[in-house]
Design a protein around this ligand. Structure first.
Ligand SMILES: Nc1ncnc2c1ncn2[C@@H]1O[C@H](COP(=O)(O)OP(=O)(O)O)[C@@H](O)[C@H]1O
Ligand SMILES: [Mg+2]
Length: 362
């Protein structure tokens, strides 16, 4: 297994806040970080040793980037297939390997994959103008129609309660591939963030309980208000899924917890995840460090949690609240350095430390 020692260079594809937090975690372990992003003045670039600003289809820039780094990791999953191929052809080691993105990028492939590894999902079907009746018969109403690709933060979705609404949603969200899912009256939403090494080592954080507003993650609380059995089941699901993908790095899976105790897989993200941001402040190792460790071929320590936490996203104008959080000794403030506070834009987050967790004396 290829190991990157301290002083080596970690390449990060993507320049957003996740890249920024990956970069600072890498710096703490003595690595240099080289960011590749099409965006000038990106959040990640401003904390990285080097940055290449070029498009993801710039073959020469990608090849030069591959030659300049010891390993390439990613902060987003919609990495163009061709870009990953160019990096690999140029000799770069990719962790995670790009094959995991193909599954995560398409909601239909993702849900089929969940089912194949034993993770139950809401009823779902591909849907289009021609297959409308078939799909409605398979899934029922109410339902959610989503773009199968490129949706995030609740974008590209419509809740539908009738055939007419479904037709309108198809017209609005198409012409790309669409999925329809049964609407789940879940009790709560949870997610698990876990890491797997190239040697097969698996570690996971406890599930976080997530609240969304307008489709965007608003808060994560840990511990989630679920039974140990459900937590263990979610963890086993994530382990099986990462094993099946032979995945290397950090991955997150979102689940719905149903009132009857069933656990339905919603989606996965082959990267560090917003619901894992609390790990920076209340765990023995953060999700960002685990991703860098997995990329560098380092050991993956099992995380321990030190406190109960609530992570709050600071969206748009929320960032103006920084003063009150800065004055709160129980608040750990993280701002992403974004220049403009557009509505709904993730500007930062704050981790509120609750009671210190009772810890066993060993
Ligand atoms: N089938 C569903 N039933 C009920 N709520 C859903 C369903 N699918 C999505 N949602 C709600 O919308 C949120 C965003 O949907 P998700 O599929 O996770 O897309 P995104 O990629 O935008 O995060 C979910 O976290 C959940 O709150
Ligand atoms: Mg989601």
């Amino acid at each position: 297994m290829m190991i990157v020692p301290p002083g080596g260079t970690i390449g990060i594809l993507g320049g957003g806040q996740l890249g920024r937090m990956l970069a600072t975690a890498a710096a703490e372990l003595g690595f240099d970080v080289h960011v590749f992003t099409p965006e000038s003045d990106s959040p990640a670039a401003r904390v990285a040793a080097r940055t290449t600003v070029a498009s993801y289809d710039d073959a020469a820039a990608l090849a030069a980037f591959a030659a300049a780094v010891d390993v390439v990791t990613f902060e987003f999953e919609s990495v163009p297939h061709r870009a990953a191929e160019i990096l690999r052809e140029a000799g770069a080691v990719l962790r995670p390997q790009a094959s995991a993105f193909a599954v995560a990028r398409n909601r239909l492939a993702e849900k089929r994959f969940f089912n194949a590894v034993g993770i139950e999902t809401a009823a779902f079907a591909p849907i289009g103008a021609e297959t409308l009746d078939l799909a409605l018969a398979a899934v029922g109403l109410p339902a959610i129609i989503k773009t199968a690709e490129d949706g995030y933060d609740g974008k590209g979705q419509a809740r539908v309660a009738s055939r007419e609404e479904a037709e309108a949603a198809i017209a609005r969200l198409g012409p790309g591939p669409l999925i329809i899912e049964a609407f789940c009256q879940f009790e709560r939403e949870i997610s698990i963030v876990a890491a797997r090494g190239e040697d097969g080592a698996f570690v996971a954080f406890e599930p976080g309980e997530n609240r969304h507003e307008a489709g965007i993650l608003s808060t994560t609380i840990v511990p989630a208000r679920i039974s140990p059995e459900i937590a263990a089941k979610a963890r086993a699901h994530v382990s099986a899924l990462m094993e099946a993908l032979a995945y290397v790095g950090v991955l997150a899976v979102e689940f719905f917890v149903m009132p009857d105790g069933r656990l339905l897989g919603n989606e996965m993200a082959p990267r560090v995840h917003n619901s894992g941001h609390w790990t920076q402040d209340a765990a023995s190792v953060s999700q960002f460090e685990l991703q860098i460790r997995a990329a560098a071929g380092w050991p993956l320590p099992a995380p321990e949690r030190f406190a109960d936490v609530e992570m709050r996203n600071l969206l748009g104008e929320d960032a103006a609240l920084w003063r009150s959080f800065a004055a709160d000794p129980k608040a750990r403030l993280h701002l992403y350095g974004k220049r403009e506070a557009r509505t709904g834009r993730k500007m930062g987050h704050v981790t509120l430390l609750k009671a210190t967790k009772d810890r066993e004396v060993r």
